[in-house]
Design a protein around this ligand. Structure first.
Ligand SMILES: [Cu+2]
Length: 144
């Protein structure tokens, strides 16, 4: 008796599950964020493993996961942030919306969206982290 009543329901659930599994890649075509590892280091420099000069290249509006590891330099903010990360358009230093991160010690993932407009951008530290803070920057290039 019980088996009889459960079986059709179970079958219906399997159909739903299989259908969802099939269509979800189309519903979320960009759900696979590219992971970019960045080190915000104790010498007030951004570093990317394997790159001599750190640079991020992205497609317009590309979804990126920034996996940032922060190590304390000399000084920190009162809130405990040891570095920051903001994005400015190179030609007029206009800040890009959504890019204003404060970094605590350790590794954290940030889900970001690259700018829509192709061009050159500058990533800058926003925490006065040491006397070398002014030099804490790197490039981001948006290319179609
Ligand atoms: Cu810094």
């Amino acid at each position: 008796m019980i088996q009889k009543s459960i079986a059709p329901r179970l079958r219906a659930w399997i159909v739903v599950a299989v259908t969802l599994a099939c269509i979800s890649p189309q519903l979320h075509p960009q759900s696979q964020h590219r992971i970019i590892e960045i080190l915000a280091d104790h010498d007030s420099r951004y570093k990317i493993p394997g790159q001599k000069e750190p640079i991020i290249t992205a497609k317009p509006s590309e979804q990126l996961t920034l996996r940032i590891t922060a190590r304390k330099a000399k000084t920190q903010n009162r809130d405990g942030s040891i570095h920051g990360l903001t994005l400015l358009r190179a030609k007029d230093k206009k800040p890009v919306e959504g890019w204003d991160l404060l970094l605590k010690p350790g590794t954290q993932d940030f889900e970001m969206v690259a700018p829509t407009d192709p061009g050159e951008y500058i990533i800058e530290c926003t925490v006065i982290c040491s006397p070398d803070h002014e030099g804490m920057n790197m490039r981001l290039v948006v290319a179609p």
